[in-house]
Design a protein around this ligand. Structure first.
Ligand SMILES: Nc1ncnc2c1ncn2[C@@H]1O[C@H](COP(=O)(O)OP(=O)(O)OP(=O)(O)O)[C@@H](O)[C@H]1O
Ligand SMILES: [Mg+2]
Length: 306
């Protein structure tokens, strides 16, 4: 049977602490992730991203709700997690061992004996030159890369990464992006990743869910979420008459002689008809997409930490 969704959350809630210390980290989250894509889980600090990922990996129990990972409930059937590669906040390694030795230890515990695979992974994540160095001397970015190699060791179909570019420099971020896209585009895997880096999600992900204060506030293809927030810039004369004509149906502002209309792309013909019907001269019509960043800031009111 083909798996139609690799991750499914049904009304998942998580409460930490009691009384005054009670924190509702997740509030009835529903999420369904189809295979074969990079799925972004976007939210400001404290939104509940890591908590969700920890629940998926059976590191934390949900307070309520149903969880399915590759078709099974990881709290009842943890063996399903063998099919999942994961990297959660600051992976722990043996500091006194080299990067390569750490991967060898992990490979052995997974019953793997594949030296070539370790070489290939070290190469892929850009650690080949530093593989013999002790992890205690690794930078944050190098640890991050080693964590990625560890997640890929058993060649899992589903990868779950919590803020995978955390600690990487701009070149490293770019490399990581290409690397993650490749996992999906050429290796046919599914990647679920969390991020608070908006432009990153925009550039890397096919779909995105936005989580805010433990609640899912938007979900959809990245392109669709962007389309949801487009503005139309119009040059027309006389400006006052144009504004009056459009204001009956759309939100219109005038900046530096141009009209800005809050409207979707598919309303543009109607906007133009409305202007020409009023004998207004139209010189220019252009659509401007808000970036996911603008969008994200508008739905979360620019909030970063609760
Ligand atoms: N073990 C815990 N005990 C108590 N509260 C917790 C615990 N883990 C998380 N929380 C709380 O749950 C909420 C969500 O935290 P979580 O770590 O999931 O956020 P996040 O989206 O991963 O944030 P960040 O971007 O900062 O990593 C926060 O209010 C946090 O303080
Ligand atoms: Mg987190």
């Amino acid at each position: 049977m083909a798996v139609t969704s690799v991750i499914q959350l049904d009304g998942v809630s998580k409460t930490f602490g009691r009384g005054k210390r009670r924190v509702e980290a997740l509030k009835s989250v529903n999420l369904e992730i189809a295979p074969g894509q990079v799925y972004g889980f976007l939210g400001p600090n404290g939104a509940g991203k890591t908590t969700t990922i920890r629940i998926l990996l059976n590191l934390v129990r949900a307070t309520a709700g149903g969880i399915r990972v590759m078709g099974a409930d990881p709290s009842r059937d943890p063996s399903v997690l063998r099919k999942v590669g994961a990297q959660v906040e600051s992976p722990s390694f043996y500091g006194y061992l080299s990067g390569r030795a750490n991967l060898q230890v992990l490979a052995r515990t997974s019953g793997l004996n594949d030296k070539a695979r370790i070489d290939q992974l070290l190469e892929q994540v850009g650690l080949a030159a530093r593989a013999e160095q002790r992890v205690s001397g690794y930078s944050l970015g190098m640890r991050q890369r080693l964590g990625l190699a560890a997640a890929l060791l058993t060649n899992p179909q589903l990868l779950i990464f919590d803020e995978p570019t955390n600690g990487l420099d701009p070149a490293g971020i770019q490399e990581m992006r290409v690397f993650i896209r490749n996992l999906v585009d050429t290796e046919g895997k599914t990647v679920f990743l969390s991020s608070h880096l908006l432009n990153e999600v925009e550039q890397l992900c096919d779909r995105v869910a936005i989580i805010h204060r433990g609640a899912l506030i938007r979900e959809g293809p990245v392109t669709e979420l962007l389309g949801e927030q487009s503005r139309v810039r119009i040059e027309a004369e006389p400006v006052e008459a144009a504004q009056a004509a459009l204001s009956e149906r759309w939100l219109v502002t005038v900046e530096e002689g141009a009209l800005w209309v809050q409207a979707q792309r598919d309303s543009i013909p109607e906007v133009v008809r409305c202007l020409t019907a009023g004998s207004i001269q139209v010189y220019h019509v252009g659509e401007e997409h808000l970036t996911l960043e603008d969008y994200f800031l508008s739905v979360t009111q620019g909030e970063t930490v609760e």
